[in-house]
Design a protein around this ligand. Structure first.
Ligand code: AKG
Ligand code: FE2
Length: 333
């Protein structure tokens, strides 16, 4: 049942959900393309109201920029220890939350691995890790900055599907999602015009930096598609490099923080994030490193791939987006 535009409660559907999940292969990593293709077929048997909510979200998005699924079945007693490394062993049994992100995710596109990111793993674990880089989702002691996931990549994921297997002990870790549809209402016409016409310099995540090119850069407009497409990052776009757009960028950053929605993810919950209309962040939290720390499961999903056909669990190589052109027009729409 949809409790608001962005929350859907699955509690009423445990019977049918468990029946569908039971048909999935138990060792997904043995053959990921086969696993996800199986999940796509089985997803036709998910409860109609759930399929409808996901289909509506896929067709038109929503104001919040995410769909929060709550009350999915999870046997917390059966969970293995929170991982402390990746990739997961090939014979790790399917987790409840991995089953749900695969079944729900395959309603909106295809799971995708990114070759240079975590060895191209498609199913990813997100857990706190000592010494993690400040830009990494494994970081915990500082706020993970707002970011649109891989906006600079030609094969940018259209959606990010994250599930919670374990919450943090102190219930401090909030996932923040800011959506273009809400943030732009706070901006002046002048700032909007700048963000539609002046591309911003982008650096890329550490996974895509290497000895040959230690600092790939491109230039992207923050707003496109009539202000319904957002590319934003609080660290990979440097205000000092924003030139004439610096003030508009600062105004956007403030609007993004002010309009963001905070979700404290709990076991049995999924965030289906619209990665072309939002940026997300995470507040700091306090791990115990006792094998029961916060544990998220995640897949990146593409719903369109330009010209080439998409494959299930495809692993795509890094391709930097070509820079957007500076639009000289002085016409303010
Ligand atoms: O820890 C979170 O809530 C989100 C982390 C993140 O940015 C991600 O998983 O992509
Ligand atoms: Fe992220």
């Amino acid at each position: 049942m949809l409790t608001s535009t962005s929350t859907f409660d699955c509690t009423a559907y445990h019977g049918i959900l468990s029946e569908v999940k039971a048909k999935l292969p138990l060792l997904p990593r043995r053959d990921l393309p086969e696993f996800f293709s199986h999940a796509a077929q089985l997803s036709d048997y998910l409860p109609v109201p759930l399929r409808q909510a996901v289909a509506d979200f896929r067709r038109q998005g929503n104001d919040d920029g995410f769909l929060h699924l709550v009350g999915l079945p999870i046997d917390e007693d059966a969970l293995p220890p929170t991982p402390a490394s990746y990739p997961a062993p090939i014979d790790r049994e399917l987790l409840d939350m991995e089953a749900w992100i695969a079944l729900v995710g395959m309603r909106i596109g295809m799971a995708t691995g990114y070759k240079e990111n975590r060895f191209g793993t498609v199913f990813q674990d997100v857990y706190p890790s000592r010494g993690a880089h400040q830009l990494s989702a494994h970081n915990y002691d500082t706020e993970l900055r707002f970011h649109t996931e891989m906006a600079y990549h030609v094969q940018q994921p259209d959606y990010l599907v994250i599930a919670c297997s374990r919450a943090d002990h102190e219930r401090e870790a909030k996932t923040l999602i800011t959506s273009v549809r809400k943030a732009i209402r706070r901006l002046s016409e002048d700032h909007l015009h700048t963000l539609r016409t002046v591309p911003l310099q982008w650096h890329v995540d550490i996974a895509f930096r290497n000895d040959v090119d230690p600092d790939p850069v491109t230039r992207l407009l923050l707003l496109t598609r009539e202000d319904d497409l957002l590319r934003y990052d609080g660290s990979l776009i440097l205000p000092s490099e924003a030139g004439e757009a610096a003030e508009a960028l600062e105004a956007f950053s403030a609007a993004a923080s002010e309009t963001a929605v905070a979700v404290h993810l709990c076991p049995g919950e999924i965030l289906l994030i619209d990665n072309v209309r939002t940026a997300h962040a995470r507040t700091p939290f306090t791990p115990r490193f006792d094998a029961t720390d916060r544990w998220l499961n995640r897949i990146f999903v593409r719903s369109s791939s330009g010209t080439s056909p998409m494959l299930h669990a495809d692993v795509v190589p890094f391709q930097l987006r070509a820079p957007d052109q500076h639009t000289k027009s002085t016409l303010r729409v």
